[in-house]
Write a protein that binds this ligand. Sequence first.
Ligand SMILES: NC(=O)c1ccc[n+]([C@@H]2O[C@H](COP(=O)([O-])OP(=O)(O)OC[C@H]3O[C@@H](n4cnc5c(N)ncnc54)[C@H](O)[C@@H]3O)[C@@H](O)[C@H]2O)c1
Ligand SMILES: O=c1ccn([C@@H]2O[C@H](COP(=O)(O)OP(=O)(O)O[C@H]3O[C@H](CO)[C@@H](O)[C@H](O)[C@H]3O)[C@@H](O)[C@H]2O)c(=O)[nH]1
Length: 325
Amino acid sequence: MPILVTGGAGYIGSQTVSDLVDAGETVVVLDDLSTGFEAAVAPNARLVVGDVGDAMLVSSLIAEHNIDAIIHFAGSIVVPESIADPLHYYLNNTSKTRSLIEAAVGGRVPHFIFSSTAAVYDSKELLPVREDDPVRPQSPYGRSKLISEWMLEDVSRVHPLRYTVLRYFNVAGADPQKGVGQATKGASHLIKVASEAALGKRQFVEVFGTDYPTPDGTCIRDYLHVRDLAVAHRLALARLRTGGSNLTANCGYGRGYSVMEVLRAIERIAGTKLDIRKTARRAGDPVAVVADPSLARSELGWTPIFGTLDAIVGSTLEWERVRPY
Ligand SMILES: NC(=O)c1ccc[n+]([C@@H]2O[C@H](COP(=O)([O-])OP(=O)(O)OC[C@H]3O[C@@H](n4cnc5c(N)ncnc54)[C@H](O)[C@@H]3O)[C@@H](O)[C@H]2O)c1
Ligand SMILES: O=c1ccn([C@@H]2O[C@H](COP(=O)(O)OP(=O)(O)O[C@H]3O[C@H](CO)[C@@H](O)[C@H](O)[C@H]3O)[C@@H](O)[C@H]2O)c(=O)[nH]1
C-alpha cells in the first residue's frame, strides 16, 4: 500500500524513506527541496518536487497512487528562526499541515503519521517528560507543531483518519553507508555545528548560556539517533495498519546530556580541541528536556539500538567527513 512521505528529501525523512523502501514499501516523496536534497531520496522512491500546501497536487498524488498512509515530515525546524519569523512557521508548519490533512480527509487516506517535537514541552522540575504532562511550548516553532497535533485530534473525531504523533527529542547522528545525514542548509543544531567545528569547517562553537540551573550551567537535551527514529515510523505504520488507535508518543532515550557534555564527547571522539566560546542564553531554549519513552516502547514495540552519545557523535563525524551532497 503506497505511502506519501512529505519532506522525504530531508534529514529524518530520507532516512525513513530508505528504511521503508528496504522493507518493500512503495513510497512517493513530496518535497519542495527548500532544505532537502534530491540525492538524499532513495533511488527506488519516486520524488515529486512540490509544496505540501499545494492542495491540488497533494489530492492528485493521493488519488493517482491510492495512498494508504501519509508520513508528514515537511516543515521548518529551527527554533531561533521561528522567533525571528513566526508567520513563516505558522504558514509552513501549521497552515500547510491543515491543507494536507484536508487533502487526506478528502482522499480518504486512513493513516497519518506526524513529526512533532519535544519543543511542545517546557522544562520540568522532575525529568523525564511524559506525553500527558502539560504542554507549554517556548517558541513559535513548538506552538506551530502543537496546533497541528490538535488539528489531527479534532479531525480524527469526525473523519475516518487515525494518526500517530511522534514527538521527537533532539535528533542527531547519520547513516553514512546509506548516504543519509544532516546536510540541511543553515542547520544550527549543536552536534552538527560542533562536528563541523571539530573538522575545521567552522572556527568555533558558541555555548548559549552557562547560568542555567543544571549541574554545569548548560542546557540538557535527550539526543536520539536518526536510525532509531526511522524505525519508530515503520512500527507506527504497522500499528496503524493493524487497527491501532490514535497515539501520541515521545521518541527519545530518556537520558539527558548537557551542552558541555556533548562538546567534550565530540572533542574526545574527534581527537581535537574545540574553540568553545561561552555566550548569552538563546531565546526560546527550555533548560532541560528529556523523554520518558515508555509509551513508544509499550505501544510501538520500539527498542532503540544505536543509542549512545558516542555512536551519535561518531556517525555524525563520519558523515561530515564524506558529505556526498
Ligand atoms: N531535527 C530534529 O532534531 C527534529 C526534532 C523534532 C522534530 N523534528 C521534525 O522532523 C521533521 C523533519 O525534520 P528534519 O530535521 O529532517 O528537517 P529537514 O529540514 O532536513 O527536512 C524537512 C524537509 O521538508 C521539506 N519541506 C519544508 N517545507 C516544505 C513544504 N512546504 N513543502 C514540501 N516540502 C517542504 C524540506 O525541503 C526538507 O526536505 C520536521 O517536521 C521537524 O519539525 C525534527
Ligand atoms: O551552536 C550551538 C547550538 C546549540 N546550542 C545549545 O544546544 C542545545 C540544543 O540546541 P539545538 O541543537 O539547536 O536543538 P533544540 O533547540 O533543542 O531543538 C532541536 O530539537 C527539538 C526537539 O527537542 C526539535 O524540535 C528542533 O527542530 C531541533 O532544532 C540548546 O540548549 C542550545 O542553546 C549551543 O549552545 N550552541
